[in-house]
Ligand binder design. Sequence first.
Ligand code: SF4
Length: 285
Amino acid sequence: MKPVDLVTRAPNTWCPGCGNFAIQHALKDVVSGLVEEGTPLERVVLVTGIGCHGKMADYLGVNSFYAIHGRTLPVATGIKVANPDLVVIACAGDGDCYGEGLEHLLFAAKRNVDVTLLVHDNRVYGLTTGQYTPTSPLGFPGRSTPRGTPEYPINPVELMIAGGASWVGRGYSRRLPQLRGLIRGGIRHRGFSFLEVLQVCATFYNRTEYYDGHVYDLDTGSFPAGEVDAALAAAREWDYSRDARIPLGVFYEAVFPTFEERLAEQRAPGADPAEVMRKLFRDRT
Ligand code: SF4
């Protein structure tokens, strides 16, 4: 299968220069690679939310589900629990996932459901023409905040490490080879993988020059996997407002039983609920 086979004939309405194109190509290449390695395309499911990113469901020729605003992760969780053999990938926007869907994000992380989430974080509501989102910087002069938002942004990478996600990474829509590797790594990870993608919005919040001048790659060689404190320190290097270097790469990775595995243990014929709980406690500690 050639990567191009996954692109549908749906007319593309993203603005010229939009970072969504790069994310689409990276995801297409990764899914195509999975299929070449033997994963049937029928086993791959894409769930998207509402926003410019959501059009990914139209533009990629894989089984897909267009969820309502903020509800990407409950749908993806339900699909994975109903059929754990599926490879479930969710795409969400920053307004979608960190605004309306924040509670679902925290629950997906704490459950460790085996879903890969890509957040297309352009730090603005692009589809509705430029309002501030939870990751817009202090002072962002959006349509709903013409004097500049007086709110500080959240740091989603820090939030996900603290929230218990078992794989946390950050990519950038103009670093395509690295982005492919991060998406592949997230999908290969057994458990909830959270990939924040700094996505250029060419029309309403173009941070190309700033990102190009500030991003750098985490030195994963000197960065021990599963070290929460080191991961948090790296995540706090940039707080989404301050002028600072922006680390890209994998911040945190740990392996423990997934939500669907724990459910299966509980529901196994003849399982002793108390013994299952003791085992689950041992597995996590
Ligand atoms: Fe992309 Fe921004 Fe245009 Fe939406 S508004 S398609 S995010 S450039």
